[in-house]
Design a protein around this ligand. Structure first.
Ligand SMILES: Nc1ncnc2c1ncn2[C@@H]1O[C@H](COP(=O)(O)OP(=O)(O)OP(=O)(O)O)[C@@H](O)[C@H]1O
Length: 256
């Protein structure tokens, strides 16, 4: 469980207070510049911030860096990757303790199956597409907090994990995040697809201009909220019990 108490970063975000529950996938939505990355980085203890963050009752400020790195993993946006590194070498960097044991290989194989990594292992990162690199980075981050390898792991934070991924791998990633939440971790990810957020999030936090505009189950993502926060017209479609929000381009009448 991650508790934020008046967490803020300069003018960028906050103060934000609230609890991110263990065993649940919380998806953070909001327009560009609304503060999602800043909030995630501050919650991870990677960005100087006002207020307090507690991880399972322990103040983040009071944890040693090595201890914190053992308890949580974060996928940051725009990672700079060493070009010469091969796919499997990047993945191996995520193995807790650094020793690629049989158990680590098993976990790698599971992640590999979900994210289709096999064909990427032997290739240098510089020769991989953006989406392929992202899949490896997601797997590396998940490996760090795989309960089978690191039973102390508590927290998984991901900033736009779906960036650059096609539909197949977006869905695989979201299923993996739900799986990790099901293993008891607190899992928080920022995401731009409102419909996927509503479909996969146990909890939704919606940021607007650095403040929490809404928080709750997927039902908080109403057309009215989305229209106001994202400043777009929104149409609600309902079919077979599924609700879909579509941004209205306003061009429909002019098209052939
Ligand atoms: N290093 C920085 N120094 C100063 N201001 C920053 C810095 N990084 C981001 N900002 C500003 O802080 C605000 C929040 O940025 P942040 O990256 O947290 O938003 P975001 O919701 O993650 O956006 P996006 O969806 O575009 O990734 C923005 O106004 C941004 O311009």
């Amino acid at each position: 469980m991650l508790t934020l108490d008046a967490l803020g970063v300069n003018e960028r975000v906050g103060p934000v207070s609230g609890t991110l529950e263990a065993g649940r996938l919380t998806l953070l939505v909001g327009p560009n510049g609304s503060g999602k990355s800043s909030l995630l980085l501050a919650a991870a203890g990677l960005l100087e911030a006002e207020g307090q963050v507690e991880l399972d009752g322990a103040l983040l400020d009071h944890l040693e860096l090595a201890e914190l790195a053992h308890l949580r993993a974060m996928l940051v946006q725009h990672s700079v990757l060493p070009a010469g590194l091969k796919g499997y070498e990047l993945l191996a960097l995520g193995v807790p303790g650094g020793e690629v044991t049989e158990a680590a290989c098993e976990q790698m194989a599971v992640l590999s199956g979900f994210l289709k990594l096999d064909r990427l292992y032997a290739r240098p990162l510089s020769a991989l597409s953006g989406g392929e690199q992202q899949r490896l980075l997601i797997a590396k981050t998940l490996l760090q907090v795989s309960p089978a390898l690191n039973p102390d792991a508590r927290l998984l934070l991901l900033d736009e994990p779906l960036a650059g991924l096609d539909w197949q791998h977006q869905l695989a990633t979201l299923r993996l995040l739900r799986h990790y939440a099901g293993l008891g971790l607190t899992v928080v990810a920022s995401i731009h697809d409102i419909n996927l957020a509503a479909q996969f999030g146990d909890d939704i936090w919606c940021l607007h201009r650095g403040r929490l505009a809404a928080r709750g189950g997927p039902e908080v993502l109403t057309p009215e909220l989305v229209a106001e926060v994202f400043e777009v017209r929104v149409t609600l479609l309902e079919q077979d019990g599924r609700r879909l929000l579509l941004p209205d381009s306003g061009e429909t009448e002019n098209r052939q």
